[in-house]
Design a protein around this ligand. Structure first.
Ligand SMILES: C[S@@+](CC[C@H](N)C(=O)[O-])C[C@H]1O[C@@H](n2cnc3c(N)ncnc32)[C@H](O)[C@@H]1O
Length: 383
């Protein structure tokens, strides 16, 4: 912790405002709130939360880098999957949590080259600040005939046809912390005693208790459970009439996620490219994230009338979608263009970087085609 960069005075003042609001929220709830409530406020409190506030988050000078920010190669490869779905459905794209708008930009440009533009490119973004950045990105770089296809939605559409996609959205959804001790199941929440402090209390009967009990966690075991991520998948399932939902993120199947050796869970914080495990500091200034339990995501889809259409590593998905063909369009002799492409491919594909830890899960509804991205190495049977 001592090695974390110190925020400037303006950032500290911003953080104190949010901390004061969270303190009030805690005192209005008998002195204890769930970690999920704390994370919701820390990330999404209007104007003050990490994603709602104004600081730079993505890329160099921010806190972390996501795949669309690494290189257009990621979105260009994903465009091959989108083109297959759009050719079949003649539909639109709905992107959740569009960050800086980079995926939308590169996906639309690539789909234009493939002559397979979506009827509309819809974006659902919970952060008003990021929505503004997305508008700036797209207005600056998209030709008018593409820009006019982009719309920002406040609520999920009904009877959506086409492809719904979200990159690194599920990991940003607030999680509950569950602690299994010799005395039974506890929920870890947050109290305030001059500072924010984590505090366990017995897990009360209810859905969270049932989910935790069904996981048969080992003793002395702290982990996360994310009912809101399953809820989001259920809402998307109801919004989709025909097409696919594709979510890309870091995480594991439940068997790996709740492995006895992972006894401290997966919660991580990111501040200016430092990764650490102290979610109660730098409130509103740092990202808080947990890995995704793809088994619970798969169940949420299947229980809401979706078909599980594929699950594999990001590397496998990108290979299936033709990342190597895209790279082969640039000659290795053309060092200026090839070197950044090779560096990006290394980050996206290498098991030591994003290739293995990041996974892709897809659901379909009313679709007869086998998805390109899972043509080889589909592991949906392990979920
Ligand atoms: C880690 S960022 C990823 C941004 C972008 N997709 C990328 O890959 O660079 C998480 C994004 O998800 C958004 N988000 C979180 N919960 C959401 C929800 N329920 N619906 C839509 N967007 C959400 C955040 O505001 C943010 O834009």
């Amino acid at each position: 912790m001592s090695s974390l960069p110190i925020p400037n005075a303006e950032a500290q003042a911003h953080s104190q405002k949010l901390a004061a609001l969270i303190q009030t929220h805690i005192s209005q709830h008998q002195g204890w709130i769930s970690f999920a409530d704390f994370m919701q406020m820390a990330l999404y409190e209007p104007q003050l939360g990490y994603y709602s506030g104004g600081a730079k988050k993505f890329g160099r000078g921010g806190d972390f880098v996501t795949a669309p920010e690494i290189s257009p190669l990621f979105s260009q490869t994903l465009a091959n999957q989108a083109a297959q779905v759009l050719a079949d459905t003649q539909g639109s794209i709905l992107e959740l949590g569009a960050g800086t708008g980079k995926l939308a930009l590169d996906l639309l440009m690539a789909l234009q080259d493939l002559n397979q533009l979506p009827e509309q490119y819809c974006i659902m973004e919970v952060s008003a600040h990021l929505r503004h950045i997305q508008q700036e990105t797209l207005q600056k770089a998209l030709p008018a005939e593409l820009l006019q296809r982009v719309v920002w939605l406040d609520t999920l559409p009904q009877d959506f046809v086409g492809m719904i996609v979200g990159n690194e959205v599920l990991d940003a959804i607030p999680v509950h912390l569950v602690h299994h001790t010799e005395q039974g199941l506890y929920e870890r929440g947050v109290v305030f005693n001059g500072n924010f402090v984590l505090k366990d209390r017995p897990l009360l009967p209810g859905n969270l208790f049932d989910t935790a009990e069904a996981l048969a966690l080992p003793q002395d075991y702290l982990t996360e459970i994310c009912p809101a991520a399953s809820g989001l998948i259920a809402s998307l399932a109801h919004a989709l009439k025909k097409g696919v939902i594709i979510m890309l993120d870091y995480g594991f199947s439940a068997r790996e996620y709740y492995h006895p050796q992972r006894n401290l869970g997966t919660l991580m914080c990111h501040y200016q490219h430092y990764a650490h495990t102290e979610p109660l500091v730098y409130v509103g200034l740092q990202d808080i994230t947990a890995h995704v339990d793809f088994t619970s995501i798969a169940h949420a889809g299947v229980n809401n009338e979706l078909e599980l259409a594929g699950f594999c590593s990001q590397a496998q998905f990108l290979m299936n979608c033709g990342i190597l063909d895209l790279m082969s369009k640039v000659s290795p002799q053309d060092m200026a263009n090839y070197a950044p492409l090779a560096a990006a491919a290394q980050k996206l594909l290498s098991p030591a970087e994003m290739g293995d830890l990041f996974k892709v899960i897809a659901f379909s509804k009313q679709l007869d085609i086998a998805l390109l991205g899972f043509s080889v190495g589909d592991k949906s049977h392990i979920l």
